[in-house]
Design a protein around this ligand. Structure first.
Ligand SMILES: Nc1ncnc2c1ncn2[C@@H]1O[C@H](COP(=O)(O)OP(=O)(O)OP(=O)(O)O)[C@@H](O)[C@H]1O
Length: 243
């Protein structure tokens, strides 16, 4: 397997399979995925609808357990850990940003209240609210209620909550798909800025603008890796790390 761009990998997946039971028989969500996710930069999981992007993101988020194969997070094999250990790892190491902005926030709290609640959820007793709001382009909104923000502002705040949690991993599922073009551009600005932090960022998308931000592009089709370079071929753009 070629080295990942940074040489360090946060995740190492080997032969990961996820099967869903349906009335019509089993459906493969992930087929034999072998992949390293570099410790820093932005990995984009791209592919058409139903290609397995969300399934793979859920595996990385320790929400979905693979039916076969291994998943290492920072060298620990997490696939077989107890529910409790997986939940503790999720709390300490992973922040998830969902597609729908309102699913990421607590509507009864202010903007600052959401940042503080996010920090507390990861065991921190304070946040640098003003720094984070500045980074998101949301200066001066600290006292606002979440409902006063636009969808795009809410989605930027969701990334702020991930920053407040100070987890080394941020996973985001199609974060621009529910936004108009202008709001999506602002979210992309935030993602560009996050890419400068020493974080592992993994985003699913079929938004070409987001795919252009990838430092590591993983293409999926029918639950499997697609466009896998021949062994030893390092010419593939953006460092697809597959065997
Ligand atoms: N809970 C589930 N039960 C049954 N089948 C599922 C389930 N979740 C996903 N699948 C199936 O697994 C495959 C991969 O789905 P997944 O949602 O991971 O793809 P996706 O690329 O994220 O799609 P989209 O872009 O539409 O969200 C699809 O065939 C889908 O129908």
């Amino acid at each position: 397997m070629p080295e990942s761009p940074t040489g360090r990998a946060t995740y190492r997946l080997r032969s990961v399979c996820v099967d869903y039971a349906t009335p019509a028989g089993p459906v493969a969500g992930a087929r034999d995925i072998t992949l390293d996710v570099p410790a820093s930069g932005m990995t984009v999981l791209a592919g058409p609808s139903g290609s397995g992007k969300s399934t793979l993101l859920r595996v990385l988020g320790l929400v979905e357990r693979p039916d076969r194969g291994t998943v290492e997070l920072d060298g620990t094999d997490v696939a077989g850990l107890s529910h409790r250990r997986r939940r503790a790892l999720r709390r300490d190491r992973i922040s998830l940003v969902f597609q729908n902005p309102v699913d990421n926030l607590l509507p009864q709290l202010s903007v600052t209240g959401n940042l503080r609640a996010a920090a507390e959820s990861a065991g921190h007793d304070h946040t640098t609210d003003d720094d984070i709001l500045g980074e998101l382009g949301l200066d001066g909104t600290g006292d606002w209620s979440v409902s006063a923000l636009s969808g795009g502002q809410q989605q930027r705040l969701a990334f702020g909550c991930a920053l407040a949690r100070r987890t080394p991993v941020i996973l985001a599922d199609e974060p621009t798909s529910q936004l108009d073009d202008v709001s999506a551009e602002r979210v992309l600005d935030v993602l560009r800025r996050l890419a400068d932090h020493d974080l592992t960022i993994v985003v699913t998308s079929h938004d070409g603008r987001l795919i252009d931000l990838a430092t590591h592009l993983v293409r999926l089709r029918d639950g499997a890796l697609h466009d896998v370079p021949p062994a030893g071929d390092t010419r593939t753009p953006k460092g697809v790390d597959t065997p």
